[in-house]
Design a protein around this ligand. Structure first.
Ligand SMILES: Cc1cc2nc3c(=O)[nH]c(=O)nc-3n(C[C@H](O)[C@H](O)[C@H](O)COP(=O)(O)O)c2cc1C
Length: 338
């Protein structure tokens, strides 16, 4: 398909990613494994493997399985606060990958340097303009800005505000926009604001090639934007990184766990670090129950407000076609209006 408008507008993004289209399928823990990642990359977008909390040997197997399924570029997402983070960095450096994405907290300079020395391009998340500049100084070759509308662990600020705060002021490296994006028309808008491309998660979680349980996909289809709600922090003494997921019994269980931990903290029965760890462990286990076992009531169905645009289980090829056609159509309508 000839892309009269998109090819020019997202040129920086496709050159950086080495893909036909500047659309990334963001890493999703338990969901983004070799099949989904390779399908996304084989159909012209950029797949990202989720390193998450995987044991090193499993991540190595996943990287090799993806390489066997696609010759196209893909990335590996590493969580800086994961227990195996340093080993993951060592592994991806040995594997000579094309792109590595750091998520979680601010990545250590040493990890960025090590990955870059292996020849890979480094992508970092930035939640403020100051952090975006800091990450570029530290060696980031591209940035992702992810708004509060996104699924999974989120920041406090919406995608539209981040786009104005960060996107408009960073020209040095490609910036990809994520969070709440479900249509090609929206992708076109962010490209017009200077984005190099966009990253989506939720729509791809419901793809035919996604290993997520059929019940997980059904829950996404049945849900509305208003069902994808974020968790709240009851007391700043026990900091909670908000998570956006479909409201269910797990939401209630998480709130109860928070209250119990606050009480235990007050009574001196637990320290802050262990309490926070328990909260994080809750999500890892709950996400697995929903994605792998299909327990969408007691497990965590992490999803962005973009769940509004998940209407059916579709092959990756079809999702990508819809996004690209929608973006190109939007741009054509703007230019050809006269
Ligand atoms: C189920 C799920 C799991 C996720 N896990 C991760 C993760 O492990 N690492 C990460 O950087 N982002 C993670 N994300 C965020 C996605 O990579 C992506 O940025 C986000 O889904 C974009 O917003 P959208 O869902 O509205 O498209 C996750 C999102 C979902 C829905």
């Amino acid at each position: 398909m000839e892309l009269k408008y998109l090819d020019k507008l997202w040129e920086k993004g496709i050159r950086f990613l080495g893909t036909r289209y500047a659309i990334l399928c963001g890493a999703m823990t338990w969901v983004s494994e070799s099949r989904l990642v390779s399908a996304v990359s084989n159909h012209g977008c950029f797949g990202v493997l989720a390193g998450g909390n995987l044991p090193v040997e499993m991540l190595e197997k996943e990287i090799e399985a993806t390489q066997a399924l696609t010759s196209q570029p893909f990335g590996v997402n590493l969580i800086t606060i994961a227990p195996n983070f340093e080993k993951h960095v060592e592994l991806v450096s040995q594997k000579r990958l094309s792109h590595v994405i750091f998520a979680g907290a601010i990545p250590p300079d040493k990890a960025i340097a090590q990955v870059k020395a292996s020849g890979a391009k480094v992508i970092c998340f930035a939640s403020t303009l100051a952090l975006a500049k800091k990450m570029i100084k530290a060696g980031a070759d591209a940035l992702i800005i992810e708004g509060n509308e996104a699924g999974g662990h989120i920041g406090p600020v919406s995608t539209t505000v981040l786009a104005q705060e960060i996107l408009l002021h960073i020209q040095k490296v490609p910036v990809f926009v994520a969070g709440g994006i479900g249509t090609g028309e929206m992708i076109a808008q962010y490209l017009l604001m200077g984005a190099a491309g966009c990253q989506l998660g939720t729509r791809f979680a419901a793809a035919e090639e996604s290993i997520a349980h059929p019940q997980f996909k059904k829950k996404l289809i049945d849900s509305d934007a208003r069902d994808a709600q974020q968790t709240y922090q009851f007391d700043p003494f026990l900091p909670v990184v908000p998570v956006r997921a479909i409201v269910n019994k797990a939401t209630k269980r998480f709130n109860q766990l928070q209250l119990n931990l606050l009480r235990e903290l007050e009574e001196g029965k637990i320290d802050r670090k262990s309490a926070q760890m328990k909260l994080e462990e809750f999500w890892v286990g709950a996400l697995r129950s929903a994605v792998i076992d299909g327990d969408v009531e007691n497990g965590s169905v992490m999803a962005g407000q973009s769940v509004a645009f998940v209407k059916e289980v579709q092959p990756v090829r079809e999702i990508i076609r819809e996004l690209v056609e929608g973006a190109e159509r939007k741009l054509a309508s703007l230019w050809e209006q006269g």
